[in-house]
Design a protein around this ligand. Structure first.
Ligand code: HEM
Length: 434
């Protein structure tokens, strides 16, 4: 009984000390005057939970609607949505540093026989979302990174649950990234690691491919894949790039490209299929263009309606649902209404918030409308150019500045080629349009 009382007392004291710590750091904080949720003033725990329950996108959109361009998301973290700040925060000079938490022929040539084997070819319903994941995620990136597919297309299934695992790994990054020091106690805990999933299978595949390549350099010397590029870098900068670095680059490549392109492509397909008039215009443009099979990028990127569908898809369904964090440098960050955020504050813009900004994208920013990228009937040329530039400048789909996405061009090639190929060759529709 005595021990239980002692433990309760100790717990009470620890709790009191913790609360005091939060209160003192709140009172000292120069951010306390900023608008935002009450709990965000004291700790990052509410944001951690908000991400864990997948509510962060809606929450952050609502907070900006309620409070405007500046919202405090944590004791040291501020979300901004003023498009004018984009070029200041995400510079190519990298003054606002990112805190880091944690050429092969396209396989569409072989898409046809594989598609012919799907349920769809036998008149049954086939889930195109699964096929996008098989094709776009690990198979395509395996091919591009080390000229070897993982084999999802052939087996028409998520081999060893790797795609599902990759999604859970991303969720771990998103949640634990809100309080990065937790990673030491969770995922990187030496005794009993706690993570939603790990990336061991694709990472093992990268290591295997690396071993095979270095043991057979002559056989693979003409491959125009990322691995040969990384090995070149190793030759040129031996002090910077080791064998482990090369393997690390390949794992980052797979991780960075695995879910991202598939998410955007599924969203683009869904919104095109959901809007019959958009689908009809796209199919009409593709059929008139008489593209080869598979569609080549040079022809596909010239098609204005296809391009507008992809642009608006990237805007409407960004891959990243949280602020792209950067640290305010020693100069501080002066906001338009006079407040200056002190050095060390973590700031960022959430692509989901900026892509819904009505001042930039118009009153219909909440809808998927490829036509917004074209000149309107009564719009004069100059006004259109200003509007177009404003939309382009606010584009955060691939990030911005010196740490923008390294796979952007590759992803755009995939998006154009696959969308053009599928919509020009196959009749696809939603099983349940509602
Ligand atoms: C539609 C597809 C994609 C989207 C929307 C996308 C988006 C992004 C975003 C928003 C960032 C973070 C930028 C920042 O923090 O400011 C990023 C970083 C990155 N992406 Fe992508 N990505 C896509 C595809 C790919 C592909 C296919 C690859 C690899 C081949 C890739 C490799 C990377 C890498 C390596 C980084 C880290 C860059 C750095 O920190 O310096 N991405 N991407």
């Amino acid at each position: 009984m005595g021990l239980a009382k002692l433990l309760v007392k100790l717990f009470g004291v620890a709790l009191a000390v913790l609360i005091m710590r939060y209160v003192v750091s709140y009172l000292r904080s120069s951010l306390k005057g900023l608008p935002g949720p009450f709990l965000a003033k004291f700790s990052d725990v509410w944001r951690f939970w908000n991400h864990y329950t997948w509510k962060h996108i809606e929450t952050q959109k609502k907070l900006h609607e309620q409070y405007g361009d500046v919202v405090q998301l944590g004791p040291k973290t501020v979300s901004l949505s003023d498009p004018n700040l984009l070029k200041t925060i995400y510079t190519t000079r990298g003054t606002f540093i990112k805190i880091c938490a944690l050429g092969s022929p396209f396989i569409a040539q072989e898409l046809d026989p594989l598609m012919n084997d799907t349920d769809a070819s036998k008149g049954k319903t086939c889930d195109i979302a699964d096929w996008i994941s098989f094709l776009i995620t690990l198979d395509f990136l395996g091919d591009m990174t080390f000229s070897k597919r993982f084999g999802f297309m052939e087996q028409a299934q998520d081999i060893n649950g790797q795609i599902n695992t990759a999604e859970r790994v991303m969720h771990y990054f998103s949640v634990v990234g809100q309080i990065p020091m937790l990673d030491k106690w969770l995922g990187k805990n030496l005794w009993c690691p706690i993570k939603f999933a790990d990336f061991a299978i694709p990472a093992g595949f990268c290591i295997q491919r690396f071993m095979k390549r270095v043991q057979n350099l002559e056989q693979f010397k003409d491959k125009k894949d990322f691995m040969n590029g990384f090995l070149e870098a190793k030759k040129e900068f031996p002090d910077l790039v080791s064998d482990n670095t090369v393997i690390g680059y390949m794992i980052i490549n797979i991780l960075g490209g695995v879910d991202t392109t598939a998410i955007v492509m599924k969203a683009i397909f869904y919104w095109i299929l959901k809007n019959p008039s958009i689908k009809a215009k796209l199919v009409d443009e593709l059929r008139t263009a008489r593209l080869p099979f598979p569609a080549n990028y040079t022809s596909a990127e010239q098609l204005p309606y296809l391009d507008a569908c992809i642009k608006d898809g990237l805007r409407f369904h960004p891959v990243v649902g949280h602020i792209l964090e950067r640290v305010v440098p020693s100069t501080g960050l002066r906001l338009s209404y006079g407040t200056t955020l002190p050095p060390g504050t973590i700031v960022g813009i959430n692509p989901w918030v900026l892509s819904r900004n009505k001042n930039v994208y118009g009153e219909d920013a909440e809808d998927f409308i490829p036509e917004r990228w074209f000149r309107k009937e009564n719009e004069d040329k100059e006004a259109y150019e200003v509007r177009f530039k404003m939309m382009k400048d606010a584009d955060m789909a691939f990030g911005n500045g010196n740490r923008a996405c390294l796979g952007r061009l590759l992803a755009l090639v995939e998006l154009h080629k696959v969308t053009a190929t599928i919509f020009s060759k196959y009749k696809i529709e939603l099983e349940d349009p509602e």
